[in-house]
Design a protein around this ligand. Sequence first.
Ligand SMILES: NC(=O)c1ccc[n+]([C@@H]2O[C@H](COP(=O)([O-])OP(=O)(O)OC[C@H]3O[C@@H](n4cnc5c(N)ncnc54)[C@H](O)[C@@H]3O)[C@@H](O)[C@H]2O)c1
Length: 335
Amino acid sequence: MSTTIAVIPGDGIGPEIMRATLRVIDALGLDIAYDFVEAGLAAQDKCGELLPQATLDVIARHKVALKSPLTTPVGEGFTSINVALRKKFDLYANVRPAISFPGTKSRYENIDILTVRENTEGAYIGEGQQVSADGETATATQKITHKGSERIVRYAFDLARSAGRRKVTIVHKANILKSTSGLFLKIAREVSAQYPDIEHNEMIVDNTCMQLVMNPWQFDVIVTTNLFGDILSDLCAGLVGGLGLAPGANIGADAAIFEAVHGSAPDIAGRGIANPCALLLGAGQMLGHLGFEEHANRLRQAIRATIAAKDRVTPDLGGSGTTEGFADALIERLR
Ligand SMILES: NC(=O)c1ccc[n+]([C@@H]2O[C@H](COP(=O)([O-])OP(=O)(O)OC[C@H]3O[C@@H](n4cnc5c(N)ncnc54)[C@H](O)[C@@H]3O)[C@@H](O)[C@H]2O)c1
């Protein structure tokens, strides 16, 4: 039976890396159809809205979307379309792998860390943001719920179990943020007790940053709240050579959106030299989510082998290849 996914080509380098990624998915020989929809600047140009209802309807219908980066217009009162999508579909789990690729320039080798970040609450969503009339005081609300904490920690332990991972590190700041981070830690302890087969430990967020830099190999799966996860997952991407190889999955009960972590790279848009790897790795996460784990593994192995051989890799990886040329190299390997 054919599977249809929503595809958002995005802005800047988005359409270029999406075109290459879909060609590679096609080469895997799966029966996947694409329903193209717009969001971001492309949508604003076409329909006068950054996130049209028609796009939301298509994502809701297919339940799975592959999304290229979207440019968020900077200015007062702007809303991030990515944050809006997470809210709209209650995409509570942000799963970001940081994996070493032989042949890339990075500070560490043999890293394999999965950050599971709560995506819908906490300090990051900026609820109740206010600046006093005199401009002297700014406040914001930070809300952590029992439900939100329980489902993200359970998601992390279930993922660890299904992916054959050995350990989950619960990251918090409950020594200072006793109510919010304290509630998260309390629930995390209760949930972790239900997974005796998975080792777990607790770590305060600032120490986690230092430990990641000093001995990243001690980490396997990290689960944490929204803002800490945002920062830690970028730190993890930095351990393995930056955002060009960093994908992310946003998972909810009724929908899931897969993406590259990097932005729309306006500085190189239209030149055909963007690295499609992060979106390809996001597509790999998507294939796993759709039940095509074997195809996802083939895709990841082809990416590893192509990068290790420095076969037509793009300038950010030290090569002189193009987006399409790299896709060709992958397709040749897959066949
Ligand atoms: N998920 C998303 O949709 C997302 C994420 C981050 C930023 N953004 C948006 O992207 C726009 C640009 O943001 P930015 O410049 O801060 O970050 P960026 O990630 O777009 O670019 C940072 C640097 O990395 C390079 N780069 C990024 N992706 C690359 C790739 N695939 N191949 C080669 N080089 C790559 C760029 O050329 C640039 O030099 C902003 O509007 C921002 O809001 C979107």
